[in-house]
Design a protein around this ligand. Sequence first.
Ligand SMILES: *Cc1c(COP(=O)(O)O)cnc(C)c1O
Length: 369
Amino acid sequence: MHKKISFAGPSITQKEIDSVMDGVKNGFYETFDQHVKKLEKAICDYLGRKYAIATHTGTLALHTANKSLGLKAGDEVICTDFSWVATAYSILYTGATPVFVDIDPDTWCIDPKKIREAINEKTKAIMLVHSFGVPAEMDEIMQIAKENNLMVVEDACPALGALYKGKKVGSFGDAGCFSFHGAKIAVSGEGGMFTTDREDVFEWAKLYSSMGRTDSGATFWSDYVGYQYTMANLTASLALAQVLRIEELVAIKRQIFSWYDERLSKIAGIKIVREKPDTRANYCYPSILLEDNISTERDFVLSTFKENNIHARPAFPRMSRFPTLEMRYDNPVATEVEKRGISLPSAANLNEEDIDYVCTTLKNVIKYK
Ligand SMILES: *Cc1c(COP(=O)(O)O)cnc(C)c1O
């Protein structure tokens, strides 16, 4: 049996170990939040953003964003139908309603044409995802937002280090959010980051992420119903070391992607999800679609992988189908991807021989019509 091929997992070096040791030794008393502060600054510096707040998870960063932008019951948010459910729930938490639209077949990110069609007088914001670390069409999305006076929230949870025309994703919208979950490109186990350039939104985000506390009254005073969302300093000590290595981490993912690309682009019926020109994906989760001429079921491919000690993932089921939402949308591209899409292993410990093994296993299981 071949060694276990993990789907995801970080690159941990002495730098991370030293930073966590520093966190555990020196992250208390007067310096109880020093790593959180350093992490928020490192993110602002990297993105070219003004403000950041570290949170327990990416989901909570998204909730902080939607709440601080003032979304509420009666508002509609145009949202991609293809994402991890946290994207949609972070809208629901505010009382607003997600309106699900289809994706671009090449990037699996929200299709700007479909955004235009979904706009009505209740629409307040666009929630996009840089799916699996591939940048969404930011020029067009920002243009649509401007023309229609809509806010933009970027779910960049898996996309730290991705670039759109040289600018970091997560730095375009009214808010941009990231995750440091253990399966992302930069990890802290659980962790998230809210970012914005808007001072007013940042002030609300500080209140909401820290129990609505203000300086207006006594110590422990609270003026708003807030949440306890801020990141633990020890967690930040790990995330900090990872963020300082982000270019190196992107290079690892892109190397793995290119090993896949060299092998899979030669196989008929496999469509590889790629960055568009003038963008840089971080290829957090390299993904493929089994095209129509392939008769093998996607789930049979996944079970064959499993038998061979390879951990791959099916693409996301459409969020609009969940019983918690029970909404009816056609979204044919996302429907095709949910049935025939696969994210391939890209853990940081994989080498070229491992990728070769995954590709050979895939090639051997595929049958054609
Ligand atoms: C990982 C992820 C999230 C949630 O992040 P957590 O840190 O797990 O809460 C949200 N949206 C997308 C697209 C993600 O990939």
